[in-house]
Design a protein around this ligand. Structure first.
Ligand code: MG
Length: 159
């Protein structure tokens, strides 16, 4: 059996007048993440973790932010494309672990919903998905509520 791990990271600025999408879930907040797509920081980190495990570049190469077809695109569609790539290479996603770093809003009440959404998107048991939330203790741009970031790791395998 061949097993591969991948790591992904993403950060987006938080601005007024945008929706805050995290893991395909809209989280109510006075600001949202800025980006060419819908700027879902968690799904972007997961896409990069999967692409990294496959050795197939990064999200910017696959879905360039200069390409009008990806303007305001739902990142669920991007993840679905990446998951299809994983399957086409003969791999199965075994588990995924993530960290979302944001000072606000508190994600405690949204983590179960995010986890459920991720399990649907990647055809994984919820027990194989980690969703953790951290703050920056008020430090730096994330602590200042000017940005949100996410990390993801993933294990894929094939026989
Ligand atoms: Mg991004």
């Amino acid at each position: 059996m061949k097993q591969k791990v991948g790591i992904g990271y993403d950060l987006h600025r938080l601005v007024e007048g945008r929706k805050l999408l995290i893991g395909g879930i809209e989280v109510p907040y006075e600001k949202g993440s800025l980006g060419h797509s819908d700027a879902d920081v968690l799904l972007h980190a997961i896409c990069d973790a999967l692409l990294g495990a496959l050795g197939k570049g990064d999200i910017g190469e696959h879905f360039p932010d200069t390409d009008p077809q990806y303007k305001d695109i739902n990142s669920v569609i991007l993840l679905e494309k990446v998951v299809r790539l994983v399957k086409n290479e003969g791999f199965v996603i075994r588990n995924i672990d993530t960290i979302i770093i944001t000072e606000e809003p508190k994600l405690k009440n949204y983590k179960p919903e995010i986890r459920k959404k991720l399990s649907e998107l990647m055809d994984l048991d919820q027990g194989d998905i980690g969703v953790k939330a951290k703050t920056m203790e008020g430090l730096g741009p994330i602590g200042n509520k000017e940005a949100i970031a996410a990390y993801a790791t993933v294990l894929i395998s094939k026989h």
